[in-house]
Design a protein around this ligand. Structure first.
Ligand SMILES: NC(=O)c1ccc[n+]([C@@H]2O[C@H](COP(=O)([O-])OP(=O)(O)OC[C@H]3O[C@@H](n4cnc5c(N)ncnc54)[C@H](O)[C@@H]3O)[C@@H](O)[C@H]2O)c1
Length: 329
């Protein structure tokens, strides 16, 4: 079990995935401190059983003070900008926020007794890969977003050797859905996130889905991704903190269900739920790769992990349920 005595700093804890991780963490009774600048997060998602500090991760002094004051032993670092398309347009902003931001956190925790560091990396670091991709595959980032995630991974590895903490890098595949408590889910109009977008469309009189790119080298020409439920992602973090507490060993893990769905396949599943859905075929978006889906054997083996929500319909339905509650529909 996660040690009740753990004092955990979670960056990006007012965001979609961060708030789901927090929801799980507070159940373990450990002390949780959230840092978020609220530029993309939302106050509604901040768990009342935590201490919240509104700060930017690039404010190294403020972060260092928080670590010192709260005796932090574990950092779960999720703060970041997370859109592939946006990153292609705003490279400097992404570099500053994601790479410099990670460096700032690492500098802030120097010699303060932080033992564990968990990082939210992304499957995008692999680039385009045919077949299931394992952690052994050499990363080949294709978008600027992916580059910032890979660069941050390397900074964490470098600092971990120098300052003697252990890390777990989690390469999430595409995260979707909402927590079963229906208290936590995605907020905002992130129209480059398929599952969130489907949930928004579900409540429209004339639902529309835009598919970007039809000539990728995939089963039907549209992009293939591995969708993982946010509640499974949250559980994975708890397992990783336990592991670091027990084994003091650093590692990198894929987090996916090992199943690739094309955007067209998912659109067809949705069209069965909302028969009047119009599917539009559009040009490719810059930075998108054709396909990437996980080989998660390593995580399954070490953690004896069995996913609880590995059903695409469950993921879509939980996102719809959340959307309904969010907008009082
Ligand atoms: N959603 C996915 O499918 C997915 C997949 C792979 C990796 N990730 C990674 O997971 C993390 C969380 O993603 P999410 O989907 O929850 O996004 P999100 O935008 O909902 O959450 C990110 C949070 O970080 C905060 N933040 C951003 N920059 C900050 C800064 N400089 N200082 C303080 N707070 C800052 C935002 O305000 C927001 O609350 C990101 O690092 C993302 O790259 C997400």
């Amino acid at each position: 079990m996660t040690n009740k005595a753990n004092k955990i700093l979670i960056t990006g804890g007012a965001g979609y995935i961060g708030s789901s991780v927090v929801e799980r963490l507070v159940k373990t009774k450990c002390k949780v401190i959230i840092v978020d600048n609220l530029k993309r997060g939302n106050r509604k998602l901040i768990n009342k059983k935590t201490k919240f500090v509104k700060a930017d991760i690039n404010n190294t002094r403020a972060i260092r003070q928080i670590i010192l004051k709260n005796n932090i032993d574990t950092i779960v670092h999720l703060a970041g900008l997370a859109s592939v398309a946006e990153s292609q347009k705003f490279k400097k902003k992404y570099y500053f926020n994601n790479v410099k931001g990670t460096l700032s956190i690492l500098k802030a925790c120097k010699n303060l007794g932080v033992k564990n560091f968990i990082y939210s990396s992304s499957c995008s670091v692999y680039g385009n890969v045919k077949g299931k991709v394992s952690e052994k595959r050499k990363p080949n980032p294709k978008s600027f977003y992916a580059f910032t995630k890979y660069k941050s991974e390397n900074l964490i590895k470098k600092f971990s050797k120098k300052y003697q903490f252990n890390y777990i890098i989690l390469r999430y595949f595409n995260v979707g859905g909402a927590s079963s408590s229906v208290k936590i889910g995605e907020i905002g109009n992130k129209n480059d996130r398929l599952i969130k977008n489907l949930a928004i469309q579900y409540f429209k009189a004339k639902p529309k889905i835009n598919i970007h790119g039809t000539n990728y080298k995939t089963k039907d020409g549209t992009c293939v991704r591995d969708y993982i439920h946010v509640s499974d992602i949250a559980d994975i973090h708890i397992k990783c903190i336990d592991y670091l507490n027990k084994h003091f060993r650093s590692d990198t893990f894929n987090c996916g269900y090992e199943k690739g769905y094309s955007v067209l396949e998912i659109s067809k599943i949705f069209k069965k739920m909302k028969k009047n859905t119009i599917i539009n075929f559009k040009n490719r978006r810059p930075g998108d790769v054709g396909q990437v889906y996980a080989n998660s054997t390593k995580f399954k083996k070490i953690f004896k992990w069995k996913p609880k929500f590995n059903d695409i319909k469950k993921i879509i339905n939980s996102a719809i349920k959340w959307e309904k509650k969010l907008n009082h529909l």
